[in-house]
Ligand binder design. Sequence first.
Ligand code: GDP
Length: 359
Amino acid sequence: MKKEKKSALSVKKGVENAKTVNENSVLRFKKTKKKLLSVKEFSEGIRNGDMTVLSKAITLIESSKPEHQKKAQEIIGECIPYSGKSVRIGITGVPGVGKSTFIESLGIFLIEKGRKIAVLAIDPSSSRSGGSILGDKTRMEKLSAHKNAFIRPSPSAGTLGGVARKTAETVILCEAAGFDTVFIETVGVGQSEVAVSSMVDFFMLLMLAGAGDELQGIKRGIMETADLIVINKADGDNVKNATLAKAQYQNALHLFPPAESGWQPKVVTASAEKGTGIKEVWNLTDDYLNFTKKNNFFFEKRKLQAKMRMYETIDETLKNRFYNNPEVKRKLKEFEELILNGELSPYAAANMLLQITDS
Ligand code: GDP
């Protein structure tokens, strides 16, 4: 315990397997005490698999401070040549379906096969409510204790677009740090699964038997983007229902238009808690990867994703530049008042504000 604390607060190079969770307090502490690492120290630390350095770099990505953003971009630039080699897997499903239990089970299974696992989350709800749908409880305890696993909760501030971009950038750093399997977890009740599907190779949807789709809050569109549907909690009395649900979903999927990948989405039953069906899930993931690499879809999809990322980055940067402009900040409040009092039209206000950063 004592040792962990010490290493998490230290910026010294060569700290091994430091806890990755308390980086917020770490950075706050560090900012007042020590100079930030250089870009070179960051990128070397990441490539050496130093989890503390990786954590700190991700904190820079998440920071809204322009100087942190600038440094983060430089670190990402250094890491890009070493990225791209992992399998990126998206996992979605309503709260309580068993996502964290499932990721833990599959993660341990893969670690035993010699893989290195990073788990990232996209949960924009945490920025609005202060709480998180993905939960503040200690999640994936076994996995997080493992030296070949790295678990990072969702950035706690920002719009969905911002959170998604930060997660995509975090993937690059994790890959440069040697993680060969990256899970991106999100809650399948809103828009975040669309963002996730735009940054992963393979997309899994976790469902429960016996609950109607509408009960599970899953929209048809999400089912259409899934490459694999896992009916979780297929254990005990629930096995029969799960098997029935599997057949029903299989039939439903056949009615959907064929996926662009050429892959016919599959349905399996599993028990994240008992560990059954996990091997089958991985075999199917592997089948999908082989199939889409053979027909080139895998590579084409990644190229398209990279193109989209450019536009997202431009959008985000323009927005940040605008809203961080001191004059814009000042005038925004003033104009808001004028609009509320009916003294200024919203269009005129927007135009005047936009002109501030045009010049
Ligand atoms: P999440 O909100 O989707 O991340 O769900 P959790 O992984 O936190 O699981 C929610 C609850 O379902 C917990 O009480 C788990 O113990 C339980 N659970 C998860 N997977 C299974 C499973 O395969 N079988 C059973 N019976 N319970 C499970």
